[in-house]
Ligand binder design. Sequence first.
Ligand code: ZN
Length: 166
Amino acid sequence: MKIADNKAVAIHYRVTTEGGELRDASQPNEPLWYLHGHDNIVPGLESALAGQRAGDGLTATLSPDEAYGQHDPELDLKIARTHFPDDMQDQLAPGLLFGGEHPDEPDIEIVYTVVALEGEHVLVTGNHPLAGETLVFEVSIAGVRDATPEEIEHGHTHGPDGHAEH
Ligand code: ZN
């Protein structure tokens, strides 16, 4: 079965910089399941995988636009500590993730990461940690099956057998 829209696909992957520095990888024996054609994975990788079959492998070098996007300086923000709710004050530390509105488009919620604490301010970024990087994806395809109607409706897969309690 070939990878196409509305197929559930399992992949093992390894992501490095062009210099060979490891950035991300799937766990051994735990492939990532994704739903093809639903923006579950970065666009360049989805294009590269179309038409492949279980057992195939590929290496794709993807520009930031094909991977996690360009680094957007407008999403690097310096926020007064007092803007954060009381129950977050003790948790403020580099690496903390929280949801917040996009600076230009308040209707869009994005994930921010705390980068550093600087006196009475908190430096945060709404950029993906791998934004702005050209990345090498080494992928092997572990499985391809038809997605269930429920998976297509949800826009994601429900693991190896297509069943999930939600
Ligand atoms: Zn679901």
